[in-house]
Design a protein around this ligand. Structure first.
Ligand code: ADP
Length: 339
């Protein structure tokens, strides 16, 4: 549905996006990740025809974003970080207005307005002025305007920024429910959001693509070795836990043993093994033969945050509360004057 080939954007001294290539299949929901300044917004603005690429090519549903921008705009719904709302309008009035801008009219327009009011759970505020809506409702109206013309592709920039936890969950659920009907690219700083919402991720750093894969494959690739967590039950005070650790460490194939947590009656260890060495059976046997209890044994998945840090060498993963760098407003056509 989306194909990006060697896409590049240069400003005067900065190469904001540097020969990135990726593709997104129909119905997928993809997280677009990168630290501040990585080039995410610039990429999204090129995909949504707001900004011409310096080099390379991008197509949406087979149409070139630069040469066939009218066709592309018809097939894309865009929710910039700040939804482009006219605050003096009522919700329904605004949706009719946007619908008409996107080429809808008559009964079709009314049908789509009724659909998005229902789908985005905003029917109860349809005659309310947008200025009187909470941030969560405004975000849902923003999503409603993005899907009103039933686009194939939805591009969402930080859609849960500034929402409270309840609103965040509601918005994430809504986005998840939209995948399938729409192909979605979701840009966010919040890595757990990607883990919860997206099937795959595109990670960029300093304008360059550093990974594009499913969340599952990335975790497997980044780990490079098997890692399991074992909860061993030992009567407290019986002997130091270092004895347990030494016993686990001696198992053939184990390359590292870390005491993660100690609690009355036992401890949690993380066991690393070399790639391809399945040590779970030997671990279980060693624990039981030593007379200890094996309370739990489970694979330890690497979090997306750890993977992100490994790939970007950045401390930006923890910056979910960091405000984005100042730049041109995301909802206005970009001016090339400062390029
Ligand atoms: P992100 O969305 O990942 O934070 P951006 O795409 O906004 O990153 O920015 C990528 C790089 O391009 C940054 O170094 C930023 O300062 C620069 N940049 C963005 N817009 C402009 C512009 N209009 N003129 C010059 N440099 C820009």
């Amino acid at each position: 549905m989306i194909t990006v080939t060697d896409l590049t954007k240069k400003y005067a001294r900065t190469t904001a996006v540097d020969h990135i290539s990726f593709s997104v299949s129909k119905g997928d929901i993809v997280g677009f990740l990168g630290p501040n300044g990585a080039g995410k917004t610039t990429t999204m603005r090129m995909l949504t025809c707001f900004l011409p690429p310096t080099e390379g090519k991008a197509t949406v549903a087979g149409f070139d974003v630069f040469e066939q921008s009218m066709e592309v705009r018809r097939r894309i719904g865009y929710l910039p970080e700040s939804p482009p709302l006219y605050l003096e309008m009522e919700t329904i009035e605004y949706l009719r207005f946007v619908g008409r801008l996107k080429g809808l009219s008559g009964a079709d327009l009314e049908k789509r307005v009724a659909y998005v009011l229902d789908r985005c759970a905003i029917a109860d505020v349809k005659t309310r002025l947008l200025s009187k809506l909470s941030k969560g409702y405004r975000q849902r109206v923003g999503l409603a305007q993005a899907i009103i013309h039933n686009p194939d592709v939805l591009i969402l920039d930080e859609p849960t920024a500034g929402l409270d936890p309840k609103q965040i969950n509601e918005t994430r659920d809504l986005i998840k429910s939209l995948a399938g009907d729409h192909t979605i690219i979701l840009s966010t700083h919040i890595l757990p959001e990607v883990e919860q919402t997206c099937e795959s991720v595109i990670i960029i750093n300093k304008g360059k693509l550093v990974a594009t894969d499913s969340v599952h494959n990335l975790q497997a690739r980044a780990r490079g070795a098997e890692s399991v967590l074992v909860n061993v039950g030992v009567r407290s005070g019986e002997f130091p836990l270092s004895i347990v650790r030494d016993r686990l460490q001696r198992i053939s194939g184990v390359s590292g043993t870390t005491l993660k947590e100690e609690f009355p009656g036992g401890a949690l260890f993380e066991i690393e093994s070399s790639r391809g060495q399945l040590v779970r059976g030997d671990l279980a046997r060693a624990i039981v033969e030593a007379g200890w209890d094996l309370n739990e044994l489970r694979p330890s998945a690497m979090s997306l945050e750890e993977i992100f840090l490994q790939l970007t060498g950045s401390d930006a993963a923890a910056s979910s509360n960091t405000p984005p760098e100042p730049g041109p407003p995301a909802d206005a056509p970009a001016s090339e004057a400062n390029a």
